[in-house]
Design a protein around this ligand. Structure first.
Ligand code: G3P
Ligand code: CA
Length: 340
């Protein structure tokens, strides 16, 4: 039986156990906006509750779940010894304390990652799991609280899955895991050609690889999405930043080879604020739409972020990413309860 673990980091403990979303996270029938099947949209804790705590740490994932998230979102990169680590970036300087570690000073070097050609940094793939475990996470957004800097280790994908299995959401549902394969082509270039296999094997090890498991697998690289879609019955999500990227993915034979689309928020509306048609086009193919990323401290068009979330929900999205799950949880709850 799954148990609910409460950690002392959560602010909205009053919300725990009193979730009244009747159809919460995947339930059908009560959501007033045109999501597929009128299901309540998934609330995805982007990099954990990364607005409150250093991103991609186990406490940030716990906090996201305590704050109402249905899903945690581990971004995945490889260590030197082939372990899937949870990091957004292929480098380490902005999200860890590596710059203050004298034993690693000589390991700073020019980028092996073509995406960051001129960058001097420490690269995750240059370090073993044991070395990475000596680092501590820091908050990369310096306008956010820095009080948790230096406290938490970088987790492995294994550890993130252990956490997910150890508890439930505030709606007492299994925790959904939404891993993102980061830079598969770069990893293949440096010898890690088995990212898809490793992700699926790790999910399998934790009993999360079967059809119907609460898992979505995402990537910005269409070739990877196509490859892994052929290897699993789990839903895969094509991430796109703009219409050109979506068109490029659609031009690949066999497209659409995804069951979910993860567009930028900006792709969903035209200049007048009306739907740009992306949601309707995907829904017509039975594909869910999960836009990214709402951030309380990065308002859109000068509006309160709650207003922006509500506007996007009203367009009919099936899920949304936010650094501040507590805010998303409140807005989604207000929709369910009919609050203006
Ligand atoms: O995965 C959805 C969103 O996280 C994509 O952006 O760069 O934050 O991983 P990023
Ligand atoms: Ca991501």
């Amino acid at each position: 039986m799954r148990t609910r673990i409460l950690v002392p980091l959560a602010l909205p403990l009053a919300l725990l156990g009193c979730d009244t979303l009747s159809g919460a996270a995947g339930g059908a029938g009560h959501w007033p906006y045109p999501s597929l099947g009128h299901k309540t949209p998934l609330l995805i804790g982007h990099r954990g509750a990364s607005g409150a705590l250093p991103e991609h740490t186990l406490p940030a994932y716990q906090r996201a779940l305590n704050d109402g998230a249905d899903c945690i979102e581990p971004d995945l990169v490889f260590s030197k010894d082939g372990v899937l680590m949870v990091r957004h970036d292929t480098y380490l300087s902005t999200t860890t304390n590596i710059a203050s570690k004298p034993e690693f000073a000589s390991r700073k070097r020019t980028s092996p990652d073509p995406e960051f050609r001129d960058r001097e940094d420490w690269w995750v793939a240059d370090f073993t799991l044991a070395e990475l475990k000596t680092l501590r996470a820091v908050q990369p957004f310096k306008n956010r609280s820095l009080q948790f800097d230096g406290l938490y280790q970088i987790p492995t994908f294994d550890e993130a899955l252990e956490l997910a299995k150890s508890r439930v959401t505030v709606a007492s549902k299994p925790v959904c895991v939404y891993p993102e394969a980061k830079s598969p082509a770069y990893h293949a270039l440096i010898g890690h050609t088995d990212m898809a296999e490793k992700i699926l094997a790790t999910l399998e090890k934790h009993g999360l690889a079967a059809k119907g498991s609460p898992v979505f697998i995402q990537s910005f690289e269409p070739d990877f999405v196509k490859k892994i879609d052929a290897m699993t019955e789990l839903p895969v999500v094509m991430l796109v930043s703009d219409k050109a990227e979506l068109d490029a993915a659609m031009a690949i034979p066999g497209a659409p080879f995804w069951q979910g689309l993860g567009p930028s928020i900006a792709m969903l509306r035209d200049e007048s604020g009306k739907s740009a048609g992306v949601i309707e086009a995907e829904h017509a193919k039975g594909i869910e739409v999960h836009p990214w990323t709402f951030r309380d401290d990065q308002p859109i068009g000068g509006k309160p972020i709650e207003t922006s979330i509500r506007e996007i929900l009203a367009l009919g999205v099936d899920g949304f990413f936010t650094d501040f799950p507590i805010t998303g949880y409140k807005v989604r709850g207000d929709v369910v309860h009919g609050a203006e």
